[in-house]
Each structure stands twice: as structure tokens, then as C-alpha cells.
Design a protein around this ligand. Sequence first.
Ligand code: CUA
Length: 313
Amino acid sequence: MNQITANTTAAVDFSFWFIIAISVVMLIGVTGAMVWFAFRYHHKRNPNPTHVPDNHLLEIVWTVIPTFIVLAMFWYGYKGFLELRRVPADAMVINVTGAMWKWTFEYDNGRKTTNLIVPKDKSVKLLLKSVDVLHSFYIPAFRVKEDVLPGKETYLWFKPQGIGVADVFCAEFCGVQHAYMITKVEVLSPEDFQKWYDQPVGGDADTNRAVLAQFSPVIDEGAKLMQTKACLSCHKLDESRLVGPGLAKLYGSKQIVVVNNQEKEVTVDDAYLRRSLLEPHVELVKGYSNLMAPVPLTEAEVTALIEYMKTLQ
Ligand code: CUA
């Protein structure tokens, strides 16, 4: 699956690497000169130091050149900042609500989702608000992060490039389940996005995931992986039991698992499914034997499988 980016990725990355490159050159230059001077002017080699007169030209050079270097850092940083804050007038607006502990996205036509679905190459403006405490909306792949506050609307924007999926995190500690306040941004082709968007608005986000399944390349990949990774030899796509549990209506359900001979209840969420794919023996559902081998999967494949399972409602 593609690694997706946005215009904002380039805006931030350029000044980041520019500053890193200058810092590395400075580090090597300053450390090298220091080591050389310590060796060359060691007092054993210079028992009687001579007086060195002021060198005004040298002083001007070592003041002026670094001044231009830090001004250049500022300039590229400032240009990147403007790119992040100047929203094009034709941007599509999506309302984002942060609540302990999930994100909700609401589109102009009233459709609500729990994943952020956007078209490729279209400017998207997110209006962010919180109904309870401080959160922070963060898409690392796009290099955008903005605090989400109760009582004050904030925003961010980006223009996604490439079709695929990327993580969305909450980056502000907001309570015990802060670490699970995770979702995805899915970038569809403009045609697929329009087809998805034009579907009748049907209630809650789960319904919309089923609608989305027709268009999403991520969910499509998940469906294919179910075959190629042989998941279906032991799991059925309905609710019935085979060797392992049926996968329909599994996501979001509560299950009793056995850990160290102790029973506990878990909610089948992204984190649980991820663990069950990568380390199936750790939180085994009560009543099933430890028969599943850990599946070697890339991060993108884990995501695709989980997104597919969410559609099996
Ligand atoms: Cu919301 Cu951390």
C-alpha cells in the first residue's frame, strides 16, 4: 500500500531537513576545530604563548555568515508555517469533534464517520472542536497537528497526495484511554470519494463503513488478504464458529479472554485485533484453543485487515 503524504508534508520536511543539515555541518565543523585546536595549541607544544592581536575581518565574517544562516532557517520555517495556516478558499470543510475517547467527522451533507475519508488532490479544511477536555488532532504522515479545545474552534488543512491510509492520533493526554484515541485518514480517488459521498446518508458510522467498503482500496486489500493469508481456513465471514470465531459483528463486541488462567472482559477494538493477529496466544477468547500461529504482516496489512473486519457488521 502506498505511503500517502500531503502538501504539508513537503512544507514541514524541507525546513526540518534544512535545519538538520546545517546542524550536522556545524556539529562536525565546531567539534573538529575544537579537537584540532586542543591538539595543535596544547601547552606542551606552546610553552610560551604569543599574544594574538584582534582580527576584525575574522570577527565580522563569523558574525555575518551565521546571521544569514539563521535568517535562512527562519525564512524556510516561516514559508512552511504560512503553507500550514493559509487555507485555499475552495477547501472542502469537514467538522471534527474530539470526545473522550474518539474522533467524529461530519460532512456537509450530514454524513458522520469515525474514519476521516477525503479525496486525493483536494484541499481539506478540518474545523476542530472538543465536547469535553483538551485533545490534539495529529496526522504524522501529513505533518499536521492542532490542539482541539472545548469552547474554541481551531482548524488545520491539507491537500492529500496519493491514495491510501494513514494514522490519526490524539497527541494530548486526555484521560485513561488517551492512547486508544486513534483512527485513520483514508484518501480515495476523487471519483471513488464522490461515489461514496453521494450515497444516501444512512444513520451512524457503521452503516457508512459498509458503504465505504465498495470504494476503499484499503478495505479491498483487507478482503484479499483474508484469502491470501488463509484466514478463511479457520474463520468464517458470518457469525458462526469454525476453528476460530466468526468475524462478522466481532468488531466492537465484548469478549471474555483468558490471560494467565484469569478471565477478563475485553472490547474488540483496533488494539485487540492487532494483538490477535500478531500475538494470537496472548489474549485468547475463552472456549478456543491456542491453534493460531502469529501471522507475519506488514503494518499496512494489519491496518487493511482491521479496516475490512470493521465492515463485517
Ligand atoms: Cu484525546 Cu488524548
